[in-house]
Design a protein around this ligand. Structure first.
Ligand SMILES: Cc1cc2nc3c(=O)[nH]c(=O)nc-3n(C[C@H](O)[C@H](O)[C@H](O)COP(=O)(O)OP(=O)(O)OC[C@H]3O[C@@H](n4cnc5c(N)ncnc54)[C@H](O)[C@@H]3O)c2cc1C
Length: 552
């Protein structure tokens, strides 16, 4: 296998030579550094690389070039190598063009000239982007391969588990991919045993549970402490932030999740409004960074582990998990967030995992290349997913009950959708029925004026209302009528507060009606439902835990 390529493009020979020199000085052991004097020659080189099957890791292009501007080149490179990192090189006076390029051409970063010294201004940016590229890309011939039927809910569950836990793998559809049969014969797996996970060493797991996969991949299910200071249930943004602060402030901290890290944010294809990421960040990338940070600071992460109940004994919280394991802690954070509501239309439940997916657009999008898909819902999560699906599918329809998206979706997404020709909005419409033999083949839609229509589609992605994941909490943890957990001052206003709260002090902010059990993020009544607010609350909670521990 050839080394991956770093491609530098500039019409100014001096600049080109200087960047090439700096890149070679640091990256030549692992990457081949190539250069091109114009956008056209660069595009030809990129197509040749693709035809040869080489990996393109990054393109750095000057913005001002005579025949083709840098942002246009980078946008066209994206069509050939969607994962390659794209960096625009600009003069200070061109910063406005660079910011536009972030929005229009989805450029990953811009560097303004001059970049000296490279140790400060060039290498940190390139190192970071190459790290993210490596995390997402996997060589064709190596690594983990999952073989299964596209319409099997079991295959979908394993795909979702691997993607949710940031494990790179290659998906082989046994009905479409000719290599899959050869691979199955080589490792001795029968088609009846699918889905099968095939490892680089030739070993295979036949029709595994996510738990078997976790064990084979060395994910931990049991903690190294007998009694911890803080157990965090749920590794979405709130839980991850609490793990970072808890571990960095010396608490014996355990973070656990029933699925994998990232929560709802982890399923987002592009979060555009999180502070410090001017060009947006994918949910998986934000999660990868947060997990690495929590790990480095000493938090333990257990996955997949689902809490089923809690009992309180002399102030200690005893958590029980499916399969009867237990964990004892002095303080606990409930950060189990929200989950999409089941759609009540006929045929939805039968096709779940076989063409009907809840919020799994990033996991399943590549499987629907060239096909027709439907997104149900008009919120930001539906909009982001429609944009992501539109990169693969022939047509994406967004079905909403309202007249338009303006009341439920952010402006930037409405603009992006309006500028994407293969997305079609179906206002004043609802999903009535999903049909198909073994997998989704068509849906019946009903317009609010009463007419019904049949549509052929291959998949339906559902993003309708959410509900809190609070069923696992004991009844003593007070909730509002919708099931969101009450904390702090909201708790004191609840009717049952005087019956349940027996401490001589008021509850701390973010503390629930059980002393020492805190709640943060989307699970909490009154939450803002944003990544930043979940992170903020998760960070805050650690100081409150210290206060609580000092009282006990
Ligand atoms: C597709 C999509 C796109 C979004 N885009 C944006 C955006 O661009 N900007 C923005 O600000 N916000 C966005 N949001 C909203 C944002 O992601 C949420 O507000 C945020 O993730 C809430 O974080 P959280 O930690 O409170 O909970 P969650 O993210 O919901 O995480 C909860 C975690 O708890 C785990 N869990 C649940 N029950 C248990 C149990 N019993 N035992 C163990 N683990 C359990 C779950 O598996 C999950 O991992 C988006 C949401 C979605 C779905």
């Amino acid at each position: 296998m050839n080394k991956p390529i770093l491609l530098m493009v500039d019409d100014d020979p001096q600049v080109l030579a200087a960047v090439r020199r700096d890149l070679r000085a640091r990256y030549r052991e692992q990457y081949t550094v190539m250069s091109a004097p114009s956008g056209e020659t660069a595009l030809t080189a990129v197509r040749d690389l693709k035809a040869r099957g080489d990996a393109l890791a990054m393109v750095i292009s000057d913005q001002r070039m005579p025949a083709m501007l840098g942002n246009e080149l980078l946008s066209r490179v994206r069509d050939v190598y969607p994962l390659a990192r794209r960096v625009l090189l600009t003069a200070y006076s061109d910063i406005a063009a660079a910011v536009n390029a972030i929005n229009e051409a989805h450029v990953d970063h811009y560097l303004s000239k001059p970049w000296d010294p490279p140790e400060e201004k060039l290498y940190p940016v390139v190192d970071d982007l190459l790290d993210t590229w490596q995390a997402e890309s996997l060589p064709e011939t190596s690594g983990l391969r999952l073989v299964g039927h596209q319409w099997s809910p079991r295959s979908h569950a394993i795909k979702d588990f691997l993607a949710g836990n940031l494990v790179p793998y290659r998906w082989l559809d046994v009905d479409r991919d000719p290599d899959s049969r050869t691979l199955l014969d080589a490792v001795g797996v029968a088609v009846d045993d699918l889905p099968a996970l095939v490892f680089e060493d030739g070993g295979a797991l036949r029709n595994p549970e996510p738990r078997d996969v976790a064990e084979r991949l060395g994910k931990s299910l049991s903690a190294s402490f007998d009694v911890c200071d803080l157990v965090i249930v749920g590794a979405g943004p709130a839980g991850l932030a609490a793990a970072v602060y808890g571990a960095s402030e010396g608490l014996r901290t355990i973070l656990l999740d029933r699925h994998g890290p990232g929560g709802q944010a982890g399923t987002s294809s592009r979060i555009e409004n999180y502070l410090g990421f001017p060009n947006g960040v994918s949910g998986s990338e934000l999660t990868r960074r947060a997990v690495a940070q929590a790990h480095r600071l000493g938090a333990e992460f257990l996955v997949p582990l689902e809490v089923t109940g809690i009992s309180i004994e002399a102030g200690y919280k005893r958590l029980t998990f499916t399969e009867g394991r237990e964990l004892v802690t002095r303080a606990m954070l409930a950060a189990s967030g929200m989950i999409y509501r089941e759609h009540p239309a006929r045929g939805v439940a039968e096709h779940s995992g076989a063409g009907v997916y809840y919020g799994a657009a990033t996991t399943e999008a590549p499987a629907f290349s060239g096909r027709r898909v439907m997104v149900i819902g008009g919120g930001n999560s539906a909009g982001q997913s429609a944009m992501h699906l539109a990169r693969y599918a022939k047509e994406v329809q967004i079905v909403i009950r309202r007249d338009g998206l303006q009341h439920t979706m952010s402006h930037y997404l409405i603009d992006q959708i309006a500028g994407t020709p293969n997305i079609r909005l179906r206002p004043r419409t609802e999903l009535e029925c999903v049909q198909g033999a073994g997998h989704v083949e068509r849906v019946i839609l009903r317009s609010l004026d009463g007419t019904s229509s049949d549509e052929e589609v291959d998949a339906v992605f559902i993003f309708i209302g959410t509900r809190p994941q609070s069923d696992w909490l004991p009844a003593a943890v007070l909730r509002d009528v919708k099931g969101f957990v009450l904390t702090g001052r909201d708790l004191m206003a609840a009717e049952r507060y005087p019956q349940v709260w027996k401490e001589p002090r008021e509850p701390l902010p973010l503390e629930t009606s059980v002393p020492g059990v805190f709640a943060a993020g989307d699970l909490r009544a009154g939450a803002m439902n944003r990544v930043a607010s979940a992170v903020g609350e998760g960070s805050m909670v650690v100081r409150l835990v210290h206060e609580y521990l000092a009282l006990t």
